[in-house]
Design a protein. Sequence first.
Length: 448
Amino acid sequence: MRIPSPPAAADHQPAGSTPRLATTLTGMVAVAIVLAIVLAIVAGDRHATAAELSTDTNHIESLSPAEAAALVETCPGRRLNLLPPNHHQWAFEPGLPLDRLQTLELDTARVLARCNRFPLVTFDGLKTLDARVASTLASGIAGLSLRGLTRLDLPVATALARLRAPALVVNGPVDADVAGTLATFGGELLGLTGQRTLDADTAAALAGFKGSGLLIAGLRTLDAGGARPLMAYRGNVLVLDGLTTLTADAAAVLAEFPGNSLVLSGLERLDAAAAERLARFDKQTLSLGDLSVLDAEAARALGEFKGTYCHLGIAAAAGAPELFAALGDRIRCPTETVGAQTPLTLAIARAIGDRPRQVGGSLPALTTFAGPDAVAIAAALARRQGPLALPNLKRVSPKTLAALLAKEDVEIPLIEMLQLIPEPDGGENDDLVVPEAVLKRQARQRRP
């Protein structure tokens, strides 16, 4: 099927407008705009109720007990991850995010605590929490995320630690006494965010946690003295989220972690000395999914990794392709941030296209194909022998889209919903020829 492409930018396009894929959508767009204006006039400045926002609960700014009761009955929930996108442990589905709530009344907390449909509820917008509300929430069975708290005192920590649920994540900083209280939590994952520094006493207290995973987020640096007490933790997963640098001495200590997985999310650079020591970690998974820069010497050191899997940032791996040969099927490169925090370069596209066993094929953050290499990037992706998903693609040029559709099983939104943009080389837009297999696949997508 051939779809006419919109005129090139040099033709008579209104200033500032964006060409659409099919001119037949003009009427639909106009109707949508009018409808949006009418709804805006009717709504005024009133914030939406829970019933109106049950599919996007993070817009809810206040919640009465009655609204909470309706919400927990009707909201389908959505997948919630307690770690950054490039690190896949600790995902909960369905979860209930309520991160725009600024206050939580006791009666509303009682209603939410009685709900048994969600394994995780997030209140990351709450700045304060009194002990009565904390105790009420802890009487439920849903895990809690409270990453926005500006203060966590001992009575609140004591109440929250009684929670019987899979996960508890709270915001610090905390001292050793509060850390020790939190460590009595009986669930699987204990998370502490906002901990800018970690002294030996606080680290030792947290290491007493008996669950499977311990998350400490907010640290920018960690010395060997702060890392050593954490090695007493006997769980499976230790997550240090936010480290931007790591000394060789601290890396040597962390490599001794006795659990299965060591996750260092946020780490952007790794020098050769630290890489050599981390490579001694000989358990299941070393996760460096956000690493963006790795020089040749550091790559050689990391190539000696002794464990089962090394999760490595795709930008770092694409810049040091010798690692793919050194680690073989033991290297895994996540791609969830490609197109956002991680720019989609030709080198990264080639790695995604050529190494389906080692590099992920899901690109949920990619919304626009632009830049001089867009067509070549799309062609490199289309070579992939395996799943390739761009579920949130919105803007693409005709030639770039045509190159992408050479992979007939690529997962993209409905073609008529895409916006065509001028070709990256400034040339004229050609008519887009959509392969028959793609048309059939898209027809299945349209079915309710």
